[in-house]
Ligand binder design. Structure first.
Ligand SMILES: NC(=O)c1ccc[n+]([C@@H]2O[C@H](COP(=O)([O-])OP(=O)(O)OC[C@H]3O[C@@H](n4cnc5c(N)ncnc54)[C@H](OP(=O)(O)O)[C@@H]3O)[C@@H](O)[C@H]2O)c1
Length: 268
């Protein structure tokens, strides 16, 4: 790989760890972030540790499809060889984006869906795409209706899990449609980051008891880094290895329906 690797959510715990790890391998990185001030601080910290680091920063708000389109339009064809869809959020309350999508779904699913599809023609056929999923996927069922939850169907963890499950379905269909592309899934496990503070009253206690047993961001991002470097296709990177996509997720008809519904909803 000699083009840039785009890391979304590069200001976050695992995103920043990924930027540093990639820069330390002399790989050029493009940080795609909604908060440019935070992004610049991460870039400067990594550059201070790794003076040869080649890191650029661009604005990307995955809760806005216009922002996704503007970001993709600014990418020079051939300049990018990898995309790490790392950004994610667990919204505490139900809210809709300006495009009318539930926020957790927009950031974890619709934004990455559109971003990846807009970048595909600009990347080599054998580019790397790594999507960050979660063990929560196994506890939910995906349907077309789930893509646009009504307020009464919203729950903080359930909606997040369904959005990640939709991202997983997208990855499988993307791999089917682009056989040369290296599309892989990464599951970091449970990582001590801002994200696992779910905003409930017992958080300080839960944090104190629970966080020492969580992985560090540097450890949690390792499966994704191995996936980005891998020649493999359609594998589930978790822990220290990778395996076939678990059978519970294999439903090509569902994947095709979810793809078609997403296309319809975001009008591409
Ligand atoms: N932590 C875990 O235990 C765990 C487990 C399984 C999967 N994951 C997944 O791993 C990925 C990284 O999580 P993390 O733990 O490193 O979380 P984190 O520290 O909270 O980082 C999340 C990143 O996503 C960015 N983001 C949020 N909303 C965005 C938006 N609208 N547009 C663009 N970027 C946005 C954040 O930007 P700001 O800095 O501007 O907020 C931040 O850079 C996520 O996809 C998460 O779902 C995490």
């Amino acid at each position: 790989m000699n083009g840039r690797i785009i890391v979304t959510g590069a200001t976050g715990s695992m995103g920043a760890a990924a930027v540093e790890a990639l820069a330390s391998q002399n790989l050029p990185v493009l940080m795609a972030c909604r908060n440019l001030e935070k992004a610049e601080a991460v870039r400067a910290t990594v550059a201070a540790r790794i003076p040869s680091a080649d890191i650029t920063v661009r604005a990307l708000d995955l809760a806005s499809l216009d922002s996704v389109r503007a970001f993709a339009e600014g990418i020079v064809p051939g300049s990018v060889t990898g995309l790490f869809n790392n950004a994610g959020v667990i919204s505490k309350c139900y809210s809709l984006t300006g495009d009318g999508f539930e926020n957790t779904f927009s950031v974890n699913y619709f934004g990455p869906w559109l971003l990846t599809n807009l970048l595909l023609p600009k990347m080599p056929a054998d580019a790397r795409v790594v999507n960050m999923v979660s063990l929560t996927c196994r506890f939910v069922r995906l349907t077309e209706e789930a893509l646009r939850p009504a307020e009464r169907d919203f729950s903080q963890l359930g909606t997040y899990a369904r959005a990640k499950r939709a991202l997983l379905s997208f990855s499988l269909e993307l791999a089917r449609r682009n056989p040369a592309l290296h599309v892989n899934l990464a599951d970091p496990g449970i990582v001590a980051s801002g994200m696992i503070d779910l905003g409930h009253w017992f958080d300080p206690l839960a944090d104190a008891l629970f966080k020492p047993f969580c992985k560090t961001p540097k450890a949690g991002v390792q499966p994704a880094l191995r996936a980005l470097a891998s020649e493999k296709h359609n594998r589930y990177f978790v822990g220290k290895g990778d395996r076939e996509i678990p059978g519970r997720y294999l439903d090509p008809e569902l994947d095709a329906r979810i793809w078609a519904e997403t296309q319809r909803l975001i009008a591409v």
